[in-house]
Design a protein. Structure first.
Length: 210
């Protein structure tokens, strides 16, 4: 009677199939975003990220060179995703809806932890410059929706108001993620929409910008 070999053959390798490079890279990015957003740059180790992703820690060096390189890749991803929150041509009427959806994590491509990631400093100048540029660009989009243009005679005041509105959004994400404060923590996009409309109207409507 024939016996079945317990040894793997080249046609039937033992164990799970090896992940493809793109899939492994994405697993590392997703785990790193969660870790960096929740624990900050210094509070996160490459071992933490690799363990959460379920891959060998050496793969971080292979795909991202270093912890700094992985953090920078996470920021680049945040930039791409947050561009959808307030498009360059979005109207001021649409801004509160877009922000409420992204804060609640229901917008297309929205990840609230991306906002937290932009608050985390790495100590790496190149990565931190990406953070600053992203936040500045986001504020400029809010200000532009309210009528701001380079050289606008009241540009500094309008830009400040846009930055305060943006800070409100960051504050909401921070409180929702770290305090469990209710009803804020469980509020959905419809519950957040009204307060965000009030903030945008007060700060960025023409009557509020005076």
């Amino acid at each position: 009677m024939a016996t079945t070999s317990l040894h793997a053959s080249p046609e039937h390798p033992a164990g799970p199939r090896r992940r493809d490079a793109a899939g492994t890279r994405q697993l590392l990015l997703d785990a790193a975003r969660r870790r960096f957003a929740a624990h900050g740059y210094t509070g996160t180790t490459v071992r933490d990220i690799a363990d959460e992703a379920g891959v060998n820690v050496a793969l971080i060096s292979r795909y991202f060179t270093s912890k700094e390189g992985l953090f920078e890749a996470c920021l680049v991803g945040a930039v791409d995703e947050l561009r959808h929150a307030v498009a360059p041509d979005v109207s001021l009427d649409r801004v509160p809806y877009a922000i409420a959806e992204h804060l609640a994590g229901t917008g297309v491509g929205s990840r609230p932890d991306q906002f937290l990631l932009l608050l985390r400093s790495s100590g790496d100048e190149q990565a931190d410059q990406i953070r600053r540029n992203t936040v500045r660009s986001f504020a400029e989009r809010l200000a532009t929706a309210a009528g701001w243009r380079p050289g606008h005679p009241d540009g500094d005041r309008l830009m400040l108001r846009a930055q305060v509105a943006l800070a409100t959004g960051f504050g909401i994400v921070l409180l929702r993620s770290s305090t469990g404060l209710e009803p804020l923590s469980s509020a959905g996009p419809q519950e957040l929409l009204g307060p965000m409309q009030d903030v945008i109207d007060a700060l960025l409507r023409e009557r509020g910008a005076r």
